[in-house]
Ligand binder design. Structure first.
Ligand code: GLU
Length: 419
């Protein structure tokens, strides 16, 4: 039987490879192989019918070398500690590659939130927040939305933390509703980053924007926003999917119509109908004949088996860890360009950084300023990664890890090892 896929092993393998390329010694980066802190909590929740259920939750802090930990909280029935560790480590590298002053962290609760009523979800969130309270705070660890969590949930986290403190602390969490200190532009920031990166790689490869064909796996916060923004730029989005399956139209889907139908996740694509729209499987979406493939759902989607059949010329990783190490090797051999997650989906955490900075200063920035600053940071990071990859004749993933690792190792060296 094959060993269960472990995303943390995936991270370690990539880290070792990047360290070797940079000519680092073990002592320079060994600490990055281990998360600084891991907390597991049991969360009792009183259900609406009077029964009590206990959910498992985690918060992992991978690194604080470059600043407080930063990273989302996901609610998913399949999460485990290895996944959260990997996600936390990827946050460390993501923040380093775009050069914002954070380390990396991640949290999760093992739950299918669709099975909970709104009040149950609220009680779960508040109790989880209370249990990770010793770890979080604007100066040490700042959560944000991730898979199956949203602004409303961030609002409950902000309120719970504030109740314990006795005053409002907006900077404890990002991705909040605008009314309580959320930032303009945050909701679609990850998708905007994916769009900016896609346009940039098309430019580098001499491919046109207008008419470029794209398939997107996932129509959540990331995939949905990326689809809309790329559609507005004139790309032809020919396939999109959600948990229920994929839809396809080789003339291009009407993305506004699709998003309106989905209504923020209230409906599923399996029920979508429109002229010339066909339904297909998730595998068919990942291997369909397009210029650009954007996996924007979960990790471990592009496996070796899928990688052999991918027809896209470019992959832009909207999700965290969608490509396995084995698949990555195959894509490289096949000459398919992969823009790695830590760069491609960094738009969200960049605008989280802006939100936190606004909160700490009790200021509000306008949306133009936010989008302009985001673009500047993303394009600068893209150029650095492109050049790093070019200088060693390697993949963009290696380029991104080298840029990030170099920053992390320097920070560690300057600070030294305590005591
Ligand atoms: N969950 C998002 C990510 O994986 C955003 C994290 C944040 O804004 O802190 O990048």
């Amino acid at each position: 039987m094959s060993k269960k896929y472990n995303p943390y092993d995936n991270f370690l393998e990539v880290l070792e490879k990047a360290a070797k390329m940079l000519g680092l010694e073990q002592r320079d980066y060994i600490a990055l192989k281990y998360p600084e802190r891991e907390l597991k909590v049991s969360i009792p929740v009183e259900m609406d019918d009077g029964s009590v259920r206990v959910f498992e939750g985690y918060r992992v802090q991978h690194s604080t070398s470059r600043g407080p930990c930063k990273g989302g909280i996901r609610y998913h029935q399949d999460v485990d500690i290895d996944e959260v560790k990997a996600l936390a480590a990827w946050m460390t590298f993501k923040c380093a590659v775009v050069n914002i002053p954070y380390g990396g962290g991640k949290g999760a609760v093992k739950v299918d939130p669709r099975e909970l009523s709104k009040n149950e979800l609220k009680r779960l969130t508040r109790r989880y927040t209370a249990m990770i309270l010793p770890l979080i705070g604007p100066e040490k660890d700042i959560p944000a939305p991730d898979v199956n969590t949203n602004a409303e949930i961030m609002g409950w986290i902000m309120d719970t933390y504030s109740m314990f403190k006795g005053y409002a602390v907006p900077g404890v969490v990002t991705g909040k509703p605008i009314e309580i200190g959320g930032s303009l532009g945050r909701r679609e920031a990850t998708g905007r980053g994916v769009m900016l990166i896609t346009l940039e790689i098309l430019k580098r490869l001499g491919m046109p924007v207008k008419g470029t064909t794209i398939a997107i796996q996932g129509m959540g916060n990331v995939g949905g926003a990326a689809a809309r923004l790329l559609y507005e730029k004139g790309c032809r989005i020919i396939a999109v999917s959600d948990v229920s399956g994929a839809i396809y139209n080789d003339e291009g889907l009407n993305i506004n119509h699709v998003l309106e139908f989905l209504d923020g996740g209230k409906r599923l694509l399996k029920d979508y109908t429109a002229e010339n729209v066909k339904h297909m499987s998730n595998r068919d979406l990942l291997t369909c004949d397009v210029d650009v493939l954007i996996p924007a759902a979960l990790e471990n989607q592009i496996t070796e088996d899928i990688a052999r059949d991918v027809k896209a010329r470019v992959i832009v990783e909207g999700a965290n860890g969608p490509t396995t190490v084995g698949a990555d090797r195959i894509l490289e051999e096949r000459g398919i360009k992969v823009v790695p997650d830590i760069l491609a989906n960094a738009g969200g955490v960049v605008v989280s950084y802006f939100e936190w900075a606004q909160n700490l200063q009790y200021l509000t920035w306008d949306e133009d300023e936010i989008n302009r600053s985001l673009e500047k940071i993303i394009i600068r990071a893209f150029n650095e990664v492109w050049n790093a990859a070019g200088s060693k004749n390697t993949t963009l993933r290696m380029g991104a890890y080298m840029v990030a690792l170099d920053r992390l190792v320097k920070a560690k060296k300057i600070r030294g090892i305590f005591p």
